[in-house]
Design a protein around this ligand. Structure first.
Ligand code: ADP
Ligand code: MG
Length: 261
């Protein structure tokens, strides 16, 4: 059975895509069969996995509107060692087109059921909004991973996200839980970052992942080479942190399975 995680935060530029791509590559390096689902019409996770979004014959859009199966649209990322259900601008139209469908919020969930035995992990990269696309991600997932920068307004944005997750839990998907919060682009020299980090631990306790992803330029450079950072420069600080995160994630899931929390 595949464990499905959605990487979500309604803010843009907080490190969702970088986290999805590098976590997928880290899990692949650890021998896990991994599928990355790109749910953002910007297609950054697709490009960052070395797949050209401009030349897709089929994409997650076609899957959502029922024109093809996941296995027909997925491609292997040779750079990352995982499969990708890619996205491009076509996906922006899905939002409107899905309005006409019954059970439109579970389109992705239903499509992923067909590849459940093919993968150990499915990671879903979300757009920076709480839209129908993100809702499809939430409905398909067992858990949410929230990347966040330790900035002044971060906690405020977080309460909106947590409320949305609660609503989805109550109305659509009782499996959904927050797996953890990942501190990203962290700069320990900034006092505010340390303060927000402490507040976060105070509020969310052991829901905060121990691994901290530092701000590291190699992670930002990697997408222009069509590679995840952990492949592009595995010994950089950022890459080491994402590899560590892959291990922590697997450990945490073992703990979750054993204790239910
Ligand atoms: P989102 O998907 O939430 O919009 P991205 O993952 O695209 O965010 O990150 C936004 C920008 O920050 C990108 O240019 C990315 O390369 C850069 N970035 C992300 N994480 C890091 C990091 N740890 N260190 C340095 N740059 C980063
Ligand atoms: Mg993104």
């Amino acid at each position: 059975m595949a464990l499905i995680f959605v990487i979500a935060n309604q803010k843009g530029g907080v490190g969702k895509t970088t986290t999805t791509v590098n976590a997928a590559a880290a899990l692949a390096k650890l021998g896990k069969r991994t599928l990355l689902v790109d749910l953002d019409p910007q297609g950054n996770a697709t490009m960052g996995s070395g797949i050209d979004k401009r030349s897709l014959r089929r994409s997650v859009y076609h899957v959502l509107i029922g024109m093809c199966e996941v296995r027909d649209a997925a491609q292997h990322s040779h750079a990352g060692g995982y499969d990708v259900l890619p996205a491009n601008r076509d996906l922006a139209g899905a939002e409107v087109e899905l309005v006409g469908f019954d059970e439109r919020e579970t389109r992705l969930k239903d499509a992923l059921a067909a590849v459940d035995d093919r993968y150990d992990f499915v990671l879903i990269d979300c757009p920076p909004s709480l839209s129908m696309l993100t809702l499809n991600g939430f409905c398909a997932a067992h858990g949410v991973i929230i990347p966040m920068q330790c900035e002044y307004f971060a906690l405020e944005g977080l309460s909106d996200l947590v409320n949305t997750i609660k609503k989805v839990h109550a109305n659509f998907n009782t499996n959904l839980k927050i797996i953890g919060l990942l501190r990203v682009m962290f700069d320990p020299r900034v006092t505010l970052a340390q303060q927000v980090s402490q507040q976060l631990q105070g509020h969310f306790g052991d829901k905060v992942f121990k691994t901290v992803i530092p701000r590291n330029v190699r992670l930002a450079e990697a997408p222009s080479y069509g590679q995840p950072g952990v492949v592009f420069d595995p010994v950089s600080k950022g890459s080491k942190a994402y590899l560590e995160f892959g291990t922590e994630l697997i450990e945490r899931l073992g703990h979750l399975a054993a204790t239910g929390r």
